[in-house]
Design a protein around this ligand. Sequence first.
Ligand code: DGT
Ligand code: CA
Ligand code: CA
Length: 571
Amino acid sequence: MSTRKQVVEILNQVADLLEIKGVDYKPRAYRRAAREIDSLTEDLTDIYEEGRLEDIPSVGKNTAEKIAEILETEKLEYYEELKKEIPIDPELLKVRNLGPKKVKKIWDELDLTSLAELEEALKSGKIREIKGFGPKSEENILKGLKIVKESQGKSHLSEVLPEARRIKEGLVDSSLFDKVSFAGSLRRRKYEVGDVDILATAGDRDKAMDHYTTLDGVEEVLSKGETKSSVRIKTGLRVDLRIVDSASFGSALQYFTGSQEHNVRLRQLAISKGYKLNEYGLYAEEAEEKVAGAIEEEMYQKLDLSWIPPELREDRGEIQAAGEGELPGLIEGDDVMGDLHCHSARSSDSHIPLDVLVREARKRNYSYLAVTDHAEISGIVGGLTDDRVAEHVDQIESANSAVEELDLLAGAEVNIQPDGTLDLGDGSLKELDVVIAGVHSHFDRSRAEMTERTVRAMENPNVDIIAHPTGRKIGERGSFDLDWGKIFARAEETGTALEINASPARTDLEDKLIKRAKEEEVKLTIGTDSHRVNHLDYMELGLNLARRGWCEKANVLNTLPLSDLRAWLAG
Ligand code: DGT
Ligand code: CA
Ligand code: CA
């Protein structure tokens, strides 16, 4: 059986190819269907088996048949035919500023179908010679190409975690393993993961490895041995399993968790203290006596360090801090009291009715949730205007009086214009509990202009939070060039929080900037930017980012109880 993700990907690629062909209307229909399927909270296979595919919004008879074909055969004949007709690498379509129409143009003109060919054509100046392209679009395409190349071979944590957890469960449930743990970048909760590393101990290794390589979802066995096997699962993700002796489980876990830079630094420290450190254990040099290995904590302890949470193992000062007893007490899931960035179905880009937001917040035991609908920026119909703010506040208040143990905050996400003004008036902003301001248009300004624009928004006393401060969209658009020294200083002085936007498409701020913000005593918030009901789960991703940025509970505002949060918002 195929996964939902494969279905979504194939439908989107069909849309791209149809668009390249110049077909009208159909591409949009395929994309709409893909979007709906992507945001399903129910299992797609269940829906299919119960004959309810056509109940999915935007899925008609024709699309339902195609989905069924993908689920049954893991292929789509129609797509295969299109690919023969248009032999273009789908990666090419991921390049920003290079939509299907432009891809068709360069394919027609230069017979160019891959990223490598595109790069060559850019370098030799062939692209700029095509009618309608020019030096400016050459520069933009180069930027887009760089972003796509960087993310190649890496998957976002949000896609990896559920798959990896399923594999891990399959191992644990078999009872063939004693200990099973994630290692590598996944255990460090990096937002991009190359491959999944799992470490285990097992009594009968042959049996254990047989079980692993035949797990449900394994597509291909890349290598199989007694101590290490690698498989590729259906989503294309590679998973490595290593089975080690239990006397070395702690040292192997330490070693294979990485990062490599952290390990190098730790080994230097071990040597300076007269030890030898490797994946099998920590040894006192002369006697070759093993002093630690079974338990990871002891590896650090014997080196006079407190145990370092995996999220911090990036060689950013964590070893020194652990030696001085200065490691942060990282924020935990239970510390989060609410979500400060959610969109209700008021505006056309969100699909979560207010009562569903309430239900989901209660499910998570939140004590508050901010409904931060968009102001009416271009392309988003039904958003807030100065005329509609009073009605918005009333709606939130009446929804509020109907629930106990949860407080809804009336908010808005406003756009920061190129001159730093906002798209709702100050009179409106004053009526709201929470105002989030973010840049959503006019990205191509200079560093000075982008910085000044953000600073001006922070200087508005009604603005509480700057949303997704770097503006990047993963695989699509890089970060704005900003003067971070200035941003952090003004954020601290004006008492404006910077957002950790948990949405996988944004992942913004990122760990390094979060750590700097914390050092500059800037307050942070974690928001999911939910537009679909399943997006509320992104809180875990935001929490991972905060932890990788060394955040303690006190650095993040949505750990405050409601009364303290309200006091901060008002102040
Ligand atoms: P990834 O998979 O690219 O997202 O990143 P990692 O960190 O998971 O890297 P991976 O899977 O190649 O290896 C897992 C860990 O094993 C890595 O974080 C550190 C350790 N390791 C692997 N190869 C080496 C090596 O050559 N030297 C050192 N010191 N450590 C290594
Ligand atoms: Ca890895
Ligand atoms: Ca690996």
